[in-house]
Design a protein. Structure first.
Length: 84
């Protein structure tokens, strides 16, 4: 179960990173929009941090998307990896 959770957290981080890059935002730019520290955003994107719902809401808002879209993207990335 723990390994599954870690893979999902990494996939969510990657989904956040991809969304940020599509919007041509730096980690620092996203962090400013979310009122988070740049290193925290980096840790989230690398899957080193397990975000709370409140933080996911802040990140999604900063990206101009919804938490549901980020979670769906994470699910898609996870399925792609499992299919490899």
């Amino acid at each position: 179960m723990r390994a599954d959770r870690s893979r999902y957290i990494r996939s969510l981080g990657e989904a956040i990173r991809r969304s940020r890059l599509r919007r041509q935002l730096s980690q620092e730019g996203l962090a400013e929009r979310c009122d988070l520290h740049r290193t925290y955003v980096g840790g989230v994107e690398r899957g080193e941090r397990n975000v709370t719902v409140a933080t996911l809401l802040r990140i999604a808002h900063g990206l101009g998307t919804s938490p549901a879209c980020l979670l769906q993207d994470a699910e898609s990335l996870l399925r792609q990896r499992e299919g490899e």
